[in-house]
Design a protein around this ligand. Structure first.
Ligand code: NCD
Length: 321
């Protein structure tokens, strides 16, 4: 295994072999998850704390199941009722939890960079479950695994990432990962939802959906992130759907075997037509959810191995605290 890091904070620091080793291990967890008995003891005896400062359905339940299937003791902090509401800072909350000696902390936070900051203050492994508009590494890894299994490769594919790119950590982590693996990436959407400097990532930018989808192997739709908008980004939802919503007519411009992805939660009839989202011949949206559990198991398993090795070294040197 080539993955040696202490934390999983983003895709940015990962090398292509590290990405591949996480995905390879995740493949074996897909098999385990399809069995009736889904237990492994990779995290046996370890404590995992999930801290979600933002709402989540898929990511939180997926991290919880992943930890439980690997045998960890999993605790979900309810941030709505925690002392954060009394004004405690993120760092104080983290230091308090750190004193309880968790081994893995899974953190989602609305501010970009908050999870990196927290990782500097604790002794355990930290996994970023999404920070602001910055990164969402396990989402990009689960998307990569979904693509690799559907297309039998993860290179030289044309991937169209469509919609609200500017507010999306999913888009950011995906374009970093897919770029590292040498794919051709197109960003498609209204100019108001394109991040500044998008072209510097080496992607092609399209405002017209039909042109942007032409001959694409993968069509990745994104949610309109209204909670991150302060007005004026789109004309109206109706107009947005007309121009950038994925429907059969627009999808017909992609390759006949193109797959359709969406990280969820979906706004049916805003960024995607419900019939396409449910079409099992095109949509891999449910596969993405399945791959999510396996990828999170793989990531936590690898971090736990590194943590054990690090503690073993510190014990041998007499520096373990
Ligand atoms: C995404 C997120 O939270 O960044 N969802 C997810 O993790 N599945 C995308 C979104 O909220 O639109």
């Amino acid at each position: 295994m080539t993955f040696r890091a202490r934390h999983l904070l983003g895709i940015e620091p990962l090398s292509p072999p590290e990405i591949t080793s996480i995905l390879d291990l995740a493949d074996s967890y897909v098999d385990l998850n399809r069995r009736t008995i889904k237990h492994s003891d990779a995290l046996s005896g370890m404590t995992q704390i999930n801290m979600f400062f933002e709402n989540s359905t898929r990511t939180q339940s997926s991290f919880e199941l992943a930890g439980k299937r690997l045998g960890a003791d999993v605790m979900n902090m309810s941030m709505q009722t925690s002392s954060v509401k009394k004004g405690e800072t993120l760092i104080d909350t983290a230091l308090t939890l750190n004193a309880m000696r968790p081994d893995l902390l899974v953190v989602r936070h609305p501010s970009s960079g908050a999870v990196n900051l927290l990782a500097e203050k604790v002794n355990c492994a930290v996994l970023n479950a999404g920070d602001g508009r910055h990164e969402h590494p396990t989402q990009a890894l689960l998307d990569a695994l979904t693509i690799r299994r559907a297309k039998d490769r993860l290179h030289r594919l044309t991937v169209a990432i469509c919609g609200d790119i500017a507010h999306s950590r999913v888009a950011r982590s995906n374009l970093i990962l897919l770029g590292k693996m040498e794919n051709r990436i197109r960003l498609v959407g209204p100019a108001t939802l394109m991040p500044a400097g998008a072209a510097e990532f080496g992607c092609e930018i399209y405002e017209d959906m039909r042109e942007g989808l032409k001959d694409a192997d993968v069509v990745m739709m994104l949610r309109l992130q209204k909670e991150r908008m302060d007005g004026g980004f789109i004309p109206s939802e109706r107009e947005y759907y007309h121009r950038w919503g994925l429907d059969a007519d627009k999808l017909a411009h992609a390759k006949p075997d193109a797959i359709v992805m969406h990280p969820g939660p979906m706004n049916r009839g805003v960024e995607i037509d419900g019939t396409i989202a449910d079409d099992i011949n095109r949509s891999v949206i449910q596969d993405q959810v399945e791959m999510g559990v396996a990828v999170r198991m793989a990531a936590m398993d690898l971090l736990a191995r590194n943590l054990r090795a690090e503690r073993g070294r510190a014990l041998a040197e007499g520096t373990y605290v």
